[in-house]
Write a protein that binds this ligand. Structure first.
Ligand SMILES: CC(C)(COP(=O)(O)OP(=O)(O)OC[C@H]1O[C@@H](n2cnc3c(N)ncnc32)[C@H](O)[C@@H]1OP(=O)(O)O)[C@@H](O)C(=O)NCCC(=O)NCCS
Length: 177
């Protein structure tokens, strides 16, 4: 019998399974591009507001997404350059992962809907950043109507620099200025 995956809030007990899932997407889908020194800290940093998993209904985790505070996040840099808006008005969707064996079935869309709906419920507009070389993820976000608003370089430990595009969820800056 097959069960329909459910989006639910991530529990502390899910973190190990999410790190294992992230290792799989790192290996097979190229995200994250560089394996972090502290995988659990990368997955669930202090800046996190909320996080969700896709539960396969059989005790497995096959997807993850989270929402981070915009203050201090590189994705907010282009916004602060183009407007007077406060970082409190934004939140950053991050750590979006779908099991490579389950990609292409609409699960990533459901995770994005959960994250952006939560941002809206908090009165915040969603942003995200994506590597300029991640053609598949860029295609996914643009298919969902996200709009490229700038670029930012992210400086990681080990001297790594990631060139990223910053995207806005639909509806900004076109409508609200
Ligand atoms: C990117 C990712 C989250 C997408 O999840 P997914 O479950 O495969 O995507 P979905 O099936 O929900 O796709 C949603 C829509 O985006 C479209 N889409 C998905 N991948 C696409 C691509 N490469 N190019 C264009 N459109 C794409 C789908 O066709 C679908 O559109 P439709 O509903 O109009 O048919 C998933 O592939 C993934 O986990 N990749 C590895 C991790 C990663 O790169 N994360 C992003 C980090 S910035």
């Amino acid at each position: 019998m097959t069960s329909t995956p459910v989006v639910r809030e991530r529990a502390a007990t899910d973190v190990a399974a999410c790190v294992a899932l992230m290792a799989k997407t790192h290996r097979l889908s190229g995200y994250p591009a560089h394996w972090p020194l502290d995988p659990a800290g990368f997955l669930a940093p202090e800046a996190e507001i909320a996080a969700w998993v896709l539960d396969d209904g059989r005790g497995g985790v096959i997807g993850h997404a989270s929402l981070h505070r915009a203050e201090g996040d590189p994705a907010f840099e282009p916004v602060s350059e183009m407007s007077e808006r406060s970082s409190d008005e934004f939140a950053v969707v991050a750590r979006v992962l779908v099991d490579p064996d389950a990609q292409g079935g609409g699960l990533g869309r459901r995770l994005m809907e959960a994250a952006t709906a939560h941002a809206e419920a908090l009165g915040k507009h969603a942003l995200l950043d994506v590597l300029v070389t991640s053609d598949a993820a860029i295609g996914f976000y643009e298919n969902l109507g996200w709009v490229r608003i700038g670029e930012v370089a992210i400086h990681l430990d080990r001297g790594l620099v990631l060139e990223t595009y910053v995207y806005s969820a639909p509806g900004w800056p076109e409508r609200s200025g």
